[in-house]
Design a protein around this ligand. Structure first.
Ligand SMILES: O=C(CO)COP(=O)(O)O
Length: 126
C-alpha cells in the first residue's frame, strides 16, 4: 500500500474550535492522510476525532510552526491547513510568516481560512 500523503493542521487560539469542527466534519477525508499538527491544535483535533491518528509536534509558540516548516522543506508535508487569527498579536508572528513563506516556496497547497480549506478538502473526496 502506498504511504499516505501528509497534511499539517494548525489553528491559532481563536480558531481552534473552528478547526475541531472542521476535522469532525471531514473525518473521512482526513483519515486518508497522515496528520501532523502543532501541539495544542493536535490535542483539540484528537479530542474531537479520537479515531484520527494525529502526530502532535511542539506548540506553535515553542517551535511547532518551525517544525512543520522544516518538514515542508524536506518534502514531508503535502498540504497545509492553517486557520490563522488575523486580529490578534502573536509573539511568534515571525514563525508564522516563515511557515507560510516555505509553503509558498515549495508550492504546497495551503489554506489559511476555513472557506479555502473546505474547497481543498473537497478535492480529496471521490
Ligand atoms: O500557534 C500556533 C500556530 O502559529 C498553533 O500552535 P498550537 O496548536 O500549539 O496552539
Amino acid at each position: 500500500m502506498p504511504a499516505k500523503p501528509c497534511i499539517a493542521l494548525i489553528a491559532h487560539d481563536q480558531k481552534k474550535a473552528d478547526m475541531a469542527d472542521f476535522a469532525l466534519q471531514h473525518q473521512g477525508a482526513l483519515s486518508r492522510f497522515r496528520i501532523v499538527a502543532t501541539g495544542t491544535t493536535g490535542g483539540r483535533v484528537q479530542e474531537a476525532c479520537p479515531d484520527l491518528d494525529v502526530t502532535r509536534l511542539k506548540s506553535g509558540p515553542l517551535g511547532g510552526d518551525q517544525q512543520i516548516g522544516a518538514m515542508i522543506a524536506t518534502g514531508e508535508v503535502d498540504m497545509l491547513i492553517f486557520f490563522i487569527d488575523p486580529l490578534s498579536a502573536l509573539p511568534h508572528d515571525v514563525d508564522v510568516k516563515a511557515l507560510t513563506r516555505l509553503a509558498t516556496v515549495y508550492d504546497i497547497p495551503m489554506a489559511l481560512n476555513r472557506a479555502t480549506a473546505e474547497k481543498l478538502i473537497d478535492f480529496q473526496k471521490d
